[in-house]
Design a protein around this ligand. Structure first.
Ligand code: ZN
Length: 382
């Protein structure tokens, strides 16, 4: 029994480990759009990071390939040099063989000559010693032998000297080739190392690309889940937005009211302290009516905001932000993620205001733009 328990514990541990590893590849359980948005954002960040890593490893691989190409080129030149020296060695060896042959021939010639002279009885030591008529004759006969010998000897010596010089050259060439061979061996080791590096980078890249594909799959799944969530819970969010224009196009009315009581731009200040350049539009809505987030995003301001009274600012993607002013109350806090259409407060007349309305601003990277194009079906009331 004890043993069975241990085995079971082992299996559980293995399962847990497998799950822990596999988890990041599956969209985690989430029951709100906020959580899904968060997951999608995290997935997008991981995708971006992976893309950056792939770019880096690709650059590394390219550099390694370039380095290898240079080494290969050097090796080709070195091989040509080695081939040239090898040819020189072969030529020298052929010359040496030729001279050795000549030496042998010369020696053979000399022997033949001596044998012939001996047969004729002219240069035999025997005849030299015993047929000499007198001492002078003896000396001249010896001289004669010496002359023949000297002559052959000189030829043989010349041949040998040339052969010895050739042999010295050959030794030098062999030494030169040995040095070149050693250099080539080193170079080939470097080439092997470079090729290995290229292979390593390629393998790393492959791994990262596989991770990227998995992350892409996870991103798509999370995106679908978020779409499904929005479909069930109202609103669709701006998850498909890929540009400022798309975020702007996705803006919805922040109120059920459709009256615009004051437009964007120059105007006469409606009350003391109000600006003469109107940086938003005023939506005439009743007290306590809902104020909606025009687009999903993150709350970056919530609370008292000078002349705006109680206001909320939401940062959306691609530098777009929206402001809702003069609210009676607000329901969100800074850092909170909100979804499109979420109620963020109630209409009021706080701050510098003459009556209940929503002062609505749209900003792109802080610059205030006319929100009217993004309020379809408005009723002009100014
Ligand atoms: Zn206003």
């Amino acid at each position: 029994m004890k043993k069975a328990k241990k085995i079971w514990a082992g299996i559980c541990a293995t399962l847990l480990l497998t799950l822990a590893v596999a988890q990041p590849l599956e969209p985690a359980y989430a029951d709100t759009g906020d959580e899904l948005e968060q997951q999608l954002q995290e997935s997008a960040e991981r995708k971006e990071e992976l893309a950056e890593q792939i770019k880096e490893v690709e650059a590394d691989k390219t550099r390694a390939l370039e380095a290898k190409a240079l080494l290969d080129e050097r090796n080709i030149l070195l091989q040509q040099e080695i081939d040239t020296v090898q040819k020189q060695i072969e030529n020298t060896e052929a010359s040496i063989a030729e001279y050795e042959q000549k030496e042998a021939e010369q020696y053979e010639l000399f022997c033949q000559q001596v044998r012939q002279e001996e047969e004729r009885g002219t240069v035999s030591y025997w005849s030299v010693l015993f047929n000499a008529t007198d001492f002078a004759d003896l000396l001249s006969r010896i001289d004669f032998i010496n002359e023949i010998m000297d002559y052959s000897q000189r030829i043989i010596d010349d041949l040998r000297q040339t052969r010895e010089q050739l042999d010295t050259s050959r030794q030098e060439l062999v030494k030169q080739k040995e040095t070149l061979d050693a250099t080539q061996q080193e170079l080939e080791e470097q080439i092997t190392a470079a090729a290995q590096l290229v292979a390593e980078y390629a393998s790393t890249q492959e791994g990262l690309e596989a991770m990227q594909a998995e992350e892409e799959k996870l991103f798509k799944e999370t995106e679908q889940m978020l779409k499904d969530w929005y479909a069930q819970n109202g609103g669709t969010g701006d998850i498909d937005a890929t540009s400022t224009q798309e975020v702007l196009k996705g803006l919805i009315w922040p109120s059920n009211a459709r009256y615009i009581t004051d437009k964007f731009g120059w105007r006469d200040a409606p009350t003391a302290g109000a600006s003469t350049y109107h940086e938003g539009v005023d939506i005439g809505a009743p007290y306590y009516s809902d104020v909606y987030a025009a687009q999903s995003g993150t709350v970056i301001q919530a609370g008292w905001n000078g002349g705006y009274g109680y206001s909320v600012i939401i940062a959306h993607d691609f530098g777009v932000a929206t402001l809702y002013g003069h609210m009676n109350d607000y329901y969100v806090s800074v850092g909170q993620t909100v979804s499109r259409g979420q109620v963020i407060g109630e209409c009021g007349s706080t701050g510098i205001s003459t009556g209940p309305h929503i002062h609505y601003e749209v900003r792109i990277n802080g610059e205030k733009i006319d929100p009217l194009p993004y309020l379809p079906g408005y009723i002009a009331y100014w």
